[in-house]
Design a protein around this ligand. Sequence first.
Ligand SMILES: [Fe+2]
Ligand SMILES: [Fe+2]
Length: 138
Amino acid sequence: MALRWRSSFSCNIKEIDNQHKRLFEISSKLNILAPISSKIDFKDEIVEVINELKEYAIYHFDYEEKMMQKFNFEDFEKHRLQHNAFVKRVLELEQEHLKFNRSQTVISIIDFLTGWITAHILKTDMKYKDFFNDIGIY
Ligand SMILES: [Fe+2]
Ligand SMILES: [Fe+2]
């Protein structure tokens, strides 16, 4: 499943939306590599994209967490635990891929990444939308 940013993903905070769009852009690179990875060895490229996504996710999560903490958003701790679990899983996937390098691994990585990012934005990030908008942060 390719991730395409739609207005339903908007948290109505410009910088956050831009960062989410960037996450979608990076993960879409995997969708291009996945169908051809079984025929040609794209191990280095795939590992590179997973790493890029991991690094950018860490940057983005840190940005969100600092904002939530600064304004005492009540669900901060729960939200932060979700971020941590994602980074841990991406690290594991990276290791698994380095070991096995099968197209199946790539597909399961894409499924996990796209599923998690989509669900997290729609269910968890959305919880701070009104909170921040109400205090004038857009
Ligand atoms: Fe987010
Ligand atoms: Fe988040």
